[in-house]
Ligand binder design. Structure first.
Ligand code: XIL
Length: 674
């Protein structure tokens, strides 16, 4: 960001600033916004992306112990947008002895899924199996009821807001012809009413989560067990006992689903519950059997998602039967293509993930209205909120931004769980923390995974940073430290009358790079090793140069997920005086940059490729940040359906640049390529 006010040397409106520039082409009319491309329905080439086109998810069971396996996580993040912990939320793991809870393995899965934009199923709260001995030996009904309620409440509270559906009770019905509950400590000590008790307790604990009953061998409409579950759900709905979904595990033999499977799904749905296929695997994984299963779900509106029970055959609890979609080496099996095609997608033909050039060369976006505005208090008379940086972590968005006021720039922090709540989030002014008052602006936040520490990078005249072990604690930030002892020579030699601004750190597996701008047409890059970071930044070079307004400030550099591409965005000032973004790519952070969408007529993001369904509140698409796929120092972004949090301003506002009423809005890409 441009620190005009801090330096007290100039006052200019955005347009006033431009009036002086030679870049304003005489006679160029202010560009009228083009009609952005209509979002087209595309045929995606991954399971999750294709399922999402019909509002469904495609998930998998995940084992915490496999998260260190890159082939496994590569497929997980590429293909799946919902995750179920295979064993990590079961009672024997979460409460191995009475009142002593262990959330470590579950948290590992939930935190990872959240940071990769994957939704979570919770599995499972009350089940006779994988139940610790101390529960199974309780004989007193009041004791068991208390223990069960406490278990449900403690787990649901811990994961509140982060689980879309919970398997509240698992496998309570008996196999065979009875259609009754199976014998278990819960039924035997508490009676049949334990299910109702469990669901009522669950609703109270997390009213936002969908509450499911989950079972196997309930896929055949004619089975007594299916009918028993159906009667229970019908009874719950009739009496107002809370239940939102039925999970059909779908552990099938080689023949796949029974012929009546779709009837079963639609019959449950007709009771007013969602249905989900929760643990799909099919002995020998016949493509036809997978296609039939997926088709049944696609044909039932309230079938909201499919989860396969593992990724590769070698990950399966039935590994001897090779029942999954990927072979032991992680290759797609023919069942994979059948599942994807039945979802409506097209199997990728040429794509080889590590080399794919993932980004398209044209962009169109839809913008929200202003989502975040300043919240002045008695000591902070804020005019504009600017330069946001954002990560998703632990089920929340964490936003840091500059505050602009007549007394200069400082920083603010807010967090919220979804964008509809962004406007009501509390603003924590960071000048009250060790970060301190005075000139601090244009923050960038990331987690340094090797050091297990959050970094906030910002400009102070030097390139500065603070650290914090807990991103959600605004008071945890350390006092500012500088990356450089002074401005590197090459910047001093080229900065002219510009300003040294907008520091940005990104690391690959070996090195960290610090990019910065000079409001004078230069993008600089310094480097250090991952091991030395945050020290040792040297070798400062000009990474890219252009004329002053064509390469102004606010650079962002990202790694594109599942590709070898990096994306560079730099804010430019257009011929209409309005801010917009140009883009470049490279395959090496230390390499040279190739233009992607880098002109006013084919911009990365500019008023002419953004639609404003909520009203055209800004003509500037200015300093901001992408919603990342993760939160660590690699700054990884998804390759499609990008979202960009930016600053915009009422086009009629003028006067002192530092008192302009900047607000934050969110762009969502409308030309998805996934
Ligand atoms: C299985 C896991 O996949 C195994 O790793 C574990 O040893 C046993 O449980 N129904 C369920 C799942 O609801 O939790 C089970 O998962 C498979 C059957």
């Amino acid at each position: 960001m441009n620190p005009l006010k801090r330096l007290g040397c100039r006052r200019a409106s955005v347009l006033g600033l431009l009036a002086a520039t030679v870049l304003v082409t005489p006679g160029t009319a202010t560009a009228a916004p083009d009609t952005p491309d209509t979002p087209d329905t595309v045929r995606a080439s991954t399971l999750g992306a294709q399922a999402a086109q019909s509002g469904r998810y495609f998930g998998t069971a995940v084992a915490a112990g496999r998260l260190g396996d890159g082939t496994y996580t590569g497929i997980l993040d590429r293909e799946f947008n919902s995750v179920t912990p295979e064993n990590e939320m079961k009672w024997d793991t979460t409460e191995p002895s009475r009142g002593s809870f262990n959330f470590g393995p579950g948290d590992q899965i939930v935190n990872r899924a959240t940071s990769h934009g994957q939704r979570m199923r919770g599995h499972t709260l009350v089940w006779h199996s994988q139940l610790p001995g101390w529960v199974g030996s309780i004989r007193d009904a009041n004791t068991l009821r208390g223990v069960m309620n406490n278990h449900i409440t403690t787990l649901m509270n811990h994961y509140k807001g982060r689980i879309h559906s919970w398997d509240v009770v698992n496998e309570a019905f008996a196999d065979g012809s009875s259609g009754q509950l199976r014998s278990s400590v819960f039924r035997d000590v508490l009676g049949n009413g334990f299910l109702e008790q469990a669901f009522r307790t669950a609703r109270t604990a997390d009213p936002a989560a969908k509450l499911c009953y989950n079972d196997y061998n309930i896929e055949d409409w004619n089975a007594a067990k299916t009918q028993g579950v159906y009667r229970m759900v019908r009874d719950f709905k009739a009496r107002g006992v809370p239940i939102d979904c039925v999970g059909l595990q779908a552990h099938f033999g080689a023949g796949g689903p029974p012929g009546s499977f779709q009837t079963t799904l639609s019959s449950f749905a007709a009771l007013g519950v969602d249905v989900q296929i929760t643990e799909l695997d099919i002995a020998q994984a016949s493509p036809t059997a997978y296609a039939n299963t997926v088709r049944a779900c696609m044909n039932v509106t309230r079938c909201t998602g499919i989860t396969v029970w593992g990724i590769r055959d070698s990950d399966s609890w039935r590994s001897g039967e090779n029942p999954l979609l990927f072979d032991r080496n992680g290759n797609k099996k023919s069942a994979y293509n059948a599942a994807l095609t039945t979802l409506g997608g097209t199997p990728a033909t040429t794509r080889s993930a590590p080399d794919a050039a993932a980004l398209p060369s044209r962009y169109s976006w839809s913008s929200s209205g202003p989502l975040i505005a300043p919240k002045p208090d008695s000591t902070h008379n804020i005019a504009g909120i600017k330069d946001p940086t954002v990560v998703q972590y632990n089920g929340k968005y964490h936003v840091f931004a500059s505050t602009a006021s007549s007394s200069g720039y400082n920083l603010v922090y807010l967090s919220f769980s979804d964008w509809s709540q962004a406007g009501s989030a509390t603003h924590h002014y960071l000048d009250r923390t060790a970060i301190g008052s005075g000139y601090r602006a244009a923050p960038q936040v990331f987690y340094n995974a090797p050091q297990r520490l959050w970094y906030l990078v910002y400009q102070t005249g030097n390139a500065s940073y603070s650290t914090n072990p807990d991103i959600s604690n605004p008071n945890g930030w350390s006092a500012p430290r500088n990356f450089y002892s002074s401005m590197p020579d090459i910047i001093r030699q080229n900065i002219g009358s510009g300003y040294w601004v907008d520091m940005w750190v990104i690391c690959d597996s070996a090195n960290c790079y610090l990019f910065s701008s000079d409001d004078n047409g230069h993008l600089y890059r310094s480097q250090t090793t991952v091991g030395q970071f945050p020290n040792g930044f040297t070798n400062t070079v000009i990474a890219l140069q252009d004329s002053k307004y064509a390469l102004f400030e606010a650079s962002n550099v990202y790694k594109v997920q599942d590709s070898n591409q990096y994306l560079l965005l730099v804010e430019a000032i257009g011929s209409d005086g309005r801010r917009y973004f140009r883009s470049w790519t490279t395959t090496s952070l230390a390499g040279s940059w190739t233009q992607l969408a880098a002109s006013e007529s084919n911009p990365f993001a500019r008023a002419n490729n953004v639609s404003f369904p909520a009203g055209s509140w800004t003509r500037d698409i200015s300093h901001g940040e992408m919603i990342r796929a993760g939160y660590d120092q690699t700054l990884t972004i998804p390759s499609c359906r990008l979202q960009y949090l930016y600053q915009g301003v009422n086009p009629n506002a003028g006067g002192d640049y530092n008192l302009l009423p900047w607000r934050l809005g969110l762009l969502t890409q409308t030309n998805p390529t996934c």
